[in-house]
Design a protein around this ligand. Structure first.
Ligand SMILES: [Zn+2]
Length: 487
């Protein structure tokens, strides 16, 4: 009994420890990649152009579909990823759509072997496979040589996160800048040379004479001994001073993605690291290269929402939302929120067309909505302005309906009828009239006569149904709900 108790305690504390880890890429895999990198000495220069690498994104949820990474956040983190890789000349694109996997055991995997199993079963050949999960074996992410894929924690991703760049750095052969110090806690109170028996690479010094054979073998990444996540000072360097084996002092450079500095410190791969990734892409991973890739970018900065129009009152079901078609856009993300700041999001939909039908709005509420457009190459995309609409109020009695609609008579009106808007103030004349059905389809009235206290509209012909009649005055507008019904 006591044995069981201690085993549980041990497992728990071990798990708790590993949760705080940044990267789970094993030392062995980094060594393997370094050894392979020795085979490839050069790569073809691309004269400032980009090489496009197909990224296969596997979005993993629990068995019951809960916990997929939201598409809005996914494109934000992909936008940052491509920005991070831009100086290297490598850009990622979506040759295939996102792959959605429902598997609780893979989504929350404590063991690397489970993650590798996920990769064996799901990897798409000749693409850079990345898996978004809730728990990648207690880390923010890892690359595994056996699984030949990257696993990333959804909670570590986002607009300001460089975790994806770090793990793809491993994927393209880069070791950590502190390579050799994994799992070792450095302290300047102990002579650095005394660490050499535990650090399994030659410890790197401030003097760069032997840099090609020390630590990560790059000469333009300065010494780094910090193997736990750390915060930099305002210059982007470590707060603490470290001593090398010759007692020269230095601070660690947190700007490199392959360090363990916090996201806010990170901003670059070094020149030699970028060359190494390109050598890897030209050599070991040449299967990722495609010929004749024609990138498509979103060339507009914004675009217009179409329906519902601003401040419109819409029904709670079967509302067809639409917005401008954006040239080159393959993906649209529609967000509908209950708050102007989009803090409470009720719809977060990834779509391929500039329209979709929305059901299940709550009665009598305010809503804000916005759309972003992306292409398979352009993850930053363009964003619409924010639209505002209301859902129909809860109707508790017939009298309330009558009161609400009393300025539009008659209502219901017949298909070929005339309808009159009774005006309540003098500045409401010369109105523009628009009539739309629930799908946003416009109908042109046959005639509009503006009188001093009313507007008379001849409908021409409208099929039976519910319509929104919008009257736009010089300084205001009003939307009326109009029912067309024939006796
Ligand atoms: Zn790492």
């Amino acid at each position: 009994m006591r044995l069981i108790f201690f085993s549980i305690l041990f497992c728990y504390s071990f798990y708790g420890f590993s949760q705080s880890e940044f990267c789970g890429t094993s030392v062995k895999d980094q060594q393997t990649l370094l050894a392979q990198a020795e085979q490839y000495k050069s790569f073809s220069k691309r004269d400032g152009g980009f090489i496009y690498v197909p990224l296969m994104v596997h979005n993993v949820s629990n068995d019951n579909s809960s916990g997929f990474y939201a598409p809005w956040n996914l494109f934000e983190t992909l936008c940052t990823l491509n920005e991070d890789f831009k100086p290297s000349g490598i850009q990622f694109y979506l040759e295939k759509d996102f792959n959605y996997i429902k598997n609780s055991a893979w989504n929350d995997h404590a063991e690397f072997s489970t993650g590798e199993e996920m990769m064996y079963q799901s990897n798409v050949q000749n693409m850079a496979n990345c898996y978004l999960v809730s728990n990648p074996a207690g880390n923010c992410g890892y690359f595994t040589y056996n699984g030949d894929g990257v696993a990333l924690s959804k909670s570590c991703l986002g607009k300001r996160s460089h975790t994806w760049a770090h793990e793809l750095g491993h994927y393209f052969s880069l070791p950590h800048t502190f390579f050799g110090w994994e799992g070792i806690q450095y302290s300047s109170s102990k002579k650095t040379s005394e660490y050499q028996s535990r650090v399994f690479t030659a410890i790197e010094n401030v003097n760069r004479d032997y840099c090609k054979n020390q630590a990560d073998r790059f000469c333009d990444t300065e010494p780094d001994y910090i193997s736990n996540r750390w915060t930099c000072n305002t210059d982007g360097f470590s707060n603490s001073k470290l001593l090398d084996t010759k007692d020269s002092t230095f601070r660690v450079d947190g700007s490199l993605y392959m360090s363990y500095a916090n996201d806010d410190c990170m901003s670059r791969f070094s020149s030699e690291q970028m060359d190494a990734m390109n050598r890897n892409l030209d050599g070991q991973r040449s299967y990722l290269k495609r010929s004749n890739v024609v990138p498509k970018y979103i060339n507009v900065t914004s675009f217009d929402l179409q329906f519902p129009e601003d401040s419109m009152v819409v029904p709670t079901r079967h509302v067809t939302f639409s917005w401008d078609k954006v040239p080159n856009a393959k993906y649209y993300i529609l967000q509908i929120s209950r708050t102007e700041s989009f803090s409470i999001i009720i719809k977060n939909l990834l779509l391929n067309e500039p329209t979709t039908e929305i059901d299940s709005l709550i009665q009598g509420k305010n809503y804000w909505w916005r759309v972003r457009a992306f292409s398979e190459f352009d993850f930053c995309g363009a964003e619409s302005q924010v639209g505002f609409f209301k859902s129909e109020p809860i109707i508790t009695s017939l009298d309330e309906t009558k009161a609400d609609q009393s300025y539009l008579v008659p209502n219901p009106v017949s298909s070929y009828g005339n309808v009159q808007i009774n005006l309540v103030s003098a500045n409401q004349n010369d109105a523009q009239i628009e009539i739309k059905d629930l799908n946003g389809k416009s109908f042109r009235p046959f005639s509009i006569i503006n009188n001093p206290n009313s507007i008379l509209i001849n409908l021409g012909y409208l099929p039976e149904g519910l319509y929104f009649l919008t009257a736009r005055f010089a300084t205001s507008s009003k939307v009326y709900k109009m029912i067309v019904k024939n006796d």
